[in-house]
Design a protein around this ligand. Structure first.
Ligand SMILES: Nc1nc2c(ncn2[C@@H]2O[C@@H]3COP(=O)(O)O[C@H]4[C@@H](O)[C@H](n5cnc6c(=O)[nH]c(N)nc65)O[C@@H]4COP(=O)(O)O[C@H]3[C@H]2O)c(=O)[nH]1
Length: 732
């Protein structure tokens, strides 16, 4: 309340007219000394009559519903009543100097502040004058000649008052405008976002502190420029018509994100929201969104790149392929996709750990990037799979040359955790338009070609061809069928006898796996062992083989094949499988097969991959009493002396050295040397793939211990083997 009074006092002081102006106004209203004398005359006579006139004045005001609401507070009404009463008392007192004016202004302000519109206020004066006329007439009944001049004098003072009342309303309006302008200026100046007033043609009319901070200019520099001086021509091309539409009132608001050039040359991302306040006046809110944009860009980068290598990921790759295809469609060039898979990457991961694996992947990514042009894309799809995309290719030979270059680049050994690794890779190549019209098809076909490259011995590249698709399909069918082969009882073992060449007696049989999917033809191991290896299914399949073969050995033992040993193949993955020895021990215990009647065959290549840990595994198996044989001997690169490190019992000479003896003198010499050396090391020698009597005789002459092959028997079922043995058909 005190604040209110102070404000009213201030407003009154601000608007008080000077003495001269008061006199001028009174002069203009022709208020004369005679008028003043007439009013002074009626003044004392009027006082007793005033309360009724004032009451009628407010009654009249309160007849209007809007005013009832305004004057509903009895305290306010009482105050106004009091003020108005005091005023009416001074109206005819004859003193119209500054005190009178000040009081008049206070009354006017009091009404203005409660929201009483001038129209009602002035209208109430009319009521006052109307009600006062008969009162005056009565007071002057003795001097009727003075009525008109007195009433006229009263009219002049009331007009003077009405002028002052209107002044209060106008002044208050002005003050409100000033206050709201001040508030706007403060808000504009101190806003936490950039604010500007602009014209339709992009001139800055007013800019706030924050905007100057964002862009680094001072106010004068800013106001001397236009929006197009700070944004790219492309952005201005979009903005210019928008500003025009906003200025014309065709558009209410527009919001766009664009980059502004700062004074120091930096580009900042700004979200500019422009609104038409009144036609022609545009207010722009400019927010610095650089941080958000940077964050978005980082997210975008993460979403489109491989975290480990920083190379493109599948999403970005497919994007780039689409672009490359669109461009090739116009230019008639080729697009090539090279699908790379590291050979034996799993071995690195398993033996040296994932850190080493990661470092190999990073190094491979780096070498790939080095091998291609900047315009080409190198992507990592995950694991050890990479794709190189070559756009705008003149000829497929260029893709082949690059594949060769990549093979060479990866052939250079890399030093990882003190180990020299040279992770060879297999590459499959697909070409647009020949092998597919979209990224996904090209990728699928390059993948199929890569599988082909792997199947052809790894470390090479292959172009995609139609038949690969069929092969891939075959592979997928095999893979899904194989998953259920054990539980569906679709696997079976065949046995091939191993003959002691000196006595002609069968002393063992090699278990060979067959798969007979329901209602389909028999599948040979070469067609599915590799798949079982890659998918890990070999672990459960292998255990099934071992258990079945050991049970079979026990069954034979109970029948008449008392001393027949059973030989079981172990694949690379099985051999490296954690807990292999425990699994073997468990199977032997479960089946009751004596360890010495089980022979495990491991290929030479598997042993040579990681000789140290292979020696340990072999030692544990040998300690259990299990017999160990090296399969396919001669196909790897190990020397006999190296094999001394392994606790093995037998060597199986690979079929390829047997098939051409005795005619091929080289093979004959090799076979002879291997047998002699193996004997010198105390190893038993088994010749594989003996098909003819000549081969048998020759091997017997070379003192080879055992032989197996079609000459003696093809792999046959356990029952057939037992029958043949009992009937003496196998002995040769
Ligand atoms: N041309 C010719 N071939 C002969 C002759 N005698 C035997 N063979 C074949 O030579 C292969 C010998 O087995 P492997 O070298 O261990 O080679 C095996 C072995 O590495 C793998 N394999 C077979 N069964 C299993 C198994 O249960 N587990 C694992 N991990 N691998 C197995 O599959 C390979 C192929 O097995 P199969 O197709 O049964 O082929 C067998 C056998 O049928 C002959 O006189 N002439």
């Amino acid at each position: 309340m005190q604040g209110d009074t102070r404000e009213v006092d201030q407003t009154v002081a601000d608007m008080m007219p000077g003495e001269d102006e008061i006199q001028q106004r009174l002069h203009y209203l022709e208020l004369t000394a005679d008028d003043v004398a007439l009013l002074r005359h009626i003044h004392p006579l009027l006082q007793p009559r005033l309360p009724a006139v004032i009451a009628a004045f407010y009654r009249h005001l309160l007849e209007i519903p809007v005013l009832q609401a305004l004057l509903s507070d009895p305290v306010v009404l009482d105050r106004l009543h009091h003020l108005q009463g005091a005023y009416f008392k001074t109206l005819t007192a004859g003193e119209y100097g500054s005190d009178y004016v000040r009081h008049r202004l206070r009354v006017g302000l009091a009404h203005q502040r409660i929201g009483l519109e001038p129209v009602w206020y002035i209208g109430a004066y009319r009521k006052y004058l109307g009600d006062l006329a008969p009162v005056l007439h009565d007071i002057l009944r003795d001097r009727p000649a003075q009525f008109i001049s007195t009433y006229n004098a009263l009219m002049k003072v009331v007009s003077f008052d009405m002028g002052l009342a209107l002044d209060t309303y106008i002044q208050a309006g002005r003050q409100q405008l000033r206050a709201s302008e001040a508030r706007f200026r403060a808000a504009f100046g101190q806003a936490a976002v950039g604010l500007a007033q602009v014209t339709a043609d992009g001139r800055w009319l007013r800019v706030n502190r924050k905007l100057l901070d964002i862009l680094g200019y001072d106010e004068d520099e800013m106001l001397a420029m236009r929006v197009p001086d700070l944004i790219s021509p492309e952005d201005w091309q979009i903005d210019a018509p928008l500003l025009q539409a906003l200025a014309n009132g065709d558009l209410q608001t527009s919001a766009r994100e664009k980059r502004y050039r700062c004074k120091d040359g930096r580009l900042v991302w700004v979200k500019a929201t422009v609104t038409a306040m009144q036609p022609g006046t545009l207010v722009a809110v400019l927010e610095d969104i650089s941080q958000r944009k940077q964050f978005e860009e980082e997210l975008m980068h993460l979403a489109r790149h491989d975290a480990l290598t920083g190379l493109a990921n599948r999403t970005l790759l497919l994007d780039r392929v689409s672009q490359a295809i669109a461009q090739a469609r116009r230019s008639g060039a080729l697009v090539a996709m090279l699908f790379l898979d590291l050979d034996r990457f799993k071995t690195i991961n398993d033996s040296l750990g994932h850190d080493a694996g990661d470092r190999v992947v990073i190094e491979v990514g780096r070498r790939l990037k080095q091998s291609v042009r900047d315009a080409d894309t190198v992507a990592r799809l995950g694991g050890d799979e990479f794709v190189v995309l070559l756009a705008d290719l003149p000829h497929e030979l260029v893709a082949a040359a690059l594949a060769q270059k990549i093979l060479c680049a990866l052939f250079e050994p890399m030093l990882i955790q003190g180990h020299e690794l040279a992770p060879a890779c297999s590459i499959g190549i697909s070409l647009y338009p020949r092998d597919g019209a979209d990224g996904k098809t090209l990728l699928k076909n390059a993948d199929a070609a890569m599988y082909q490259a792997k199947a052809l011995g790894r470390g090479n590249y292959q172009f995609y061809c139609e038949e690969m698709n069929a092969r891939t399909l075959d592979r997928l069918t095999l893979e899904s069928g194989l998953r259920h082969a054990v539980e569906r009882g679709e696997l079976q073992l065949m046995y091939q006898p191993q003959i002691d060449l000196a006595s002609g007696k069968m002393i063992g049989a090699e278990a060979l796996l067959r798969w007979q999917p329901n209602g389909q033809r028999l599948v040979m191991p070469d067609a599915f062992i590799a798949i079982a290896e890659e998918t890990g299914l070999i672990v459960s399949i292998g255990e099934w083989v071992l258990r079945t073969a050991c049970s079979q050995q026990v069954a034979w033992h109970r029948a008449e094949l008392a001393d027949v040993r059973v030989a079981v193949n172990l694949s690379a993955r099985q051999f490296r499988q954690h807990g292999l020895d425990a699994m073997v021990a468990r199977v032997l215990a479960d089946t009751g097969c004596p360890a010495s009647y089980l022979e495990l065959e491991i290929t030479e290549t598997v042993l040579m991959e990681r000789p140290d840990s292979a020696a340990q595994t072999l030692q544990r198996l040998s300690d259990m009493g299990v017999q160990l044989a090296i399969d396919d001997f001669g196909t790897g690169y190990s020397s006999l002396s190296y094999l001394k490190r392994f606790p093995i019992h037998a060597l199986k000479i690979d079929r390829s050295f047997v098939c051409d003896i005795p005619a091929d003198t080289d093979d004959a010499a090799i076979a002879g040397a291997v047998i002699a050396l193996a004997h010198s090391m105390g190893l038993t020698v088994v010749a594989e793939g003996v098909e003819t009597v000549q081969q048998r005789d020759f091997l017997r002459e070379l003192r080879c211990d055992l032989a197996q092959g079609y000459y003696f028997s093809e792999p046959i079922s356990a029952t057939s083997l037992a029958n043949k043995f009992i009937h003496g058909e196998i002995q040769k």
